[in-house]
Design a protein around this ligand. Structure first.
Ligand code: NDP
Ligand code: 2IT
Length: 450
């Protein structure tokens, strides 16, 4: 289709060197072909042209002083992508790989993900090329304060509501909220993923991982199957991976791997969740320490990974949960998973599978839940946190978890029914992209040329 080619060529000129952003746009546009061909209104209102251009992009200097007294400088971002459905909503990522293209791909995905939740939230994303690894608590605090010294003027409970992502958890949200409050004097729900002591919602910490497993459960149920007894591969060892593993155990499955940038742990009888939490949530150390506690487990260092992919996906299993980062699952990895008999993939991370890998899953007709559908439980529960803050209420764990389940079920049904409507019932990429797009696009048309 020429409009896909034309859009990407235009973006390459107007927003150069943003490979991940082009990848995310291409995937969505590819899915939209059937709806764009039959609906002139989207062309007439230049919906695609408007949607791929963020409403606003904020880039700023983040200077801070390290423990040695040296001045360090990082680059901060907040991309306010689309507010057709509600205030900009999306996480902040602190990772050395962060650049404008990464934040834009994440922000673009967020628009459709947030639409799929059925909740009134627009799409945004932000972060910095700051590396939290090895930083002291004081350094993290000073960085977060400096980040907010600029960002505070752009965010607010009804305008733009950030949360966590890679490298940003409750500790960082705490430091950022504290500085926001000091600068504005406002004690309001401007962040989600807050501590339970001062405005956070129960289940938000667990929500992305739990939601990703609920999504897998609904995909399996639709085929008359369950999670019970299934061997599962999980990548990552952060917030999403940990609570994916926790929920898999609760539903009777056996997660046998986890990974971080140093390598992969393969524990044949099942990952020990207590050890994992101790290493990652308390001590914040590398995963190679896992085998000290469990000598029967195997650690595969990242240096020993196959040249064309990631060792974690080469282990035979029935289900796979990529929960680390973008493009962590290659075409060769996808082929290995399918050859080993995988029946389902549910993405906790954002765009973890390369475009070629996605094609392999779709061709094999396995159950494949793309990130923007399968990991939407995190941002959905963020919106539940906003709702509690705004109404000065506090809901129980069971109440929030029940709402999360209903939201994930509705996302699954919406994506699969939309996929069926367009003649490809198994293709949840198509279903999720069209369902999310339609809602945002129609809202944009109703709101005029803005
Ligand atoms: P965390 O920072 O808690 O954990 C990230 C994990 O992924 C770590 O184990 C990290 O290893 C690994 N990882 C990150 N980058 C790389 C890399 N370049 N190469 C290898 N490993 C890497 O982040 P989250 O768990 O919150 O996020 C994981 C994924 O889930 C991301 O794609 C995020 O966008 C997505 N997501 C998160 C949501 C949330 O609510 N937190 C919601 C929806 C999606 P190491 O520590 O060694 O770098
Ligand atoms: O990618 C994501 O959806 C997130 N990092 C969570 C965003 C949020 O606002 O909770």
């Amino acid at each position: 289709m020429t409009y896909i080619h034309d859009t990407i060529v235009r973006l390459q000129k107007t927003s150069p060197a943003q490979a991940e952003f082009y990848q995310a746009v291409e995937e969505v546009l590819d899915s939209l072909q059937p709806i764009l061909e039959t609906n002139e209104k989207y062309q007439k209102h230049a919906i695609i042209e408007r949607m791929v251009e963020p409403e606003r992009q904020i880039m700023f200097r983040v200077p801070w002083v390290d423990d040695q007294g040296n001045v360090q400088v990082n680059k901060g971002y907040r991309i306010e992508f689309n507010s057709a459905l509600g205030p900009y909503k999306g996480g902040l990522r602190f990772h050395p790989s962060v650049n404008a293209g990464i934040i834009k791909f994440l922000g673009f995905e967020q628009i459709f993900k947030n639409a799929l939740t059925g909740l009134p939230i627009g799409g945004g994303k932000g972060g910095a090329n700051f590396d939290p690894k090895g930083k002291s608590d004081g350094e993290i605090m000073r960085f977060c304060q400096s980040f907010i010294n600029e960002l505070y003027r752009h965010i607010g409970p009804t305008t733009d509501v950030p949360a966590g992502d890679i490298g940003v958890g409750a500790r960082e949200i705490g430091y950022m909220f504290g500085q926001y409050k000091r600068l504005t004097g406002n004690y309001d729900g401007v962040f989600t993923g807050k501590s339970l002591l001062w405005g956070g919602s129960l289940v938000r910490k667990e929500a992305t991982g739990y939601g990703c497993v609920y999504f897998a459960q609904y995909m399996l149920e639709a085929k008359g199957d369950t999670l019970a007894g299934k061997r599962c591969l999980v990548s990552g060892a952060g917030n999403v991976a940990i609570y994916t593993i926790e929920k898999l155990y609760q539903l009777g499955a056996v997660p046998v791997t986890c990974s971080d940038s140093s390598g992969t742990v393969y524990h044949e009888t099942g990952i020990n969740l207590d050890t994992l939490k101790e290493l990652k949530e308390v001590r914040k150390v590398r995963l190679n320490e896992y085998v000290a506690a469990h000598p029967e487990a195997k650690f595969i260092p990242a240096a020993d990974y196959p040249a064309d992919g990631n060792a974690v996906w080469r282990i035979p299993a029935q289900l796979a949960f990529p929960c680390a980062t973008q493009n962590e699952l290659s075409e060769a990895d996808a082929k290995a998973l399918v050859a080993n008999g995988v029946i389902g993939v549910s993405e906790g991370a954002n765009m973890p599978s390369t475009q070629d890998a996605v094609e392999v899953f779709l061709d094999a007709k396995i159950s494949y839940g793309p990130g923007k559908a399968a990991n939407a439980g995190g941002v959905a529960t963020s919106q539940l946190e906003m709702a509690q803050n705004a109404s000065m209420q506090r809901w129980s764990f069971e109440e929030v978890d029940e709402k999360l389940k209903v939201i994930m079920k509705n996302i699954f049904l919406n994506a699969s029914e939309t996929a069926a409507e367009f003649g490809e019932p198994h293709n949840l990429v198509l279903g999720a992209n069209i369902a999310g797009f339609r809602k945002v696009a129609d809202a944009m048309i109703e709101q005029g040329v803005v």
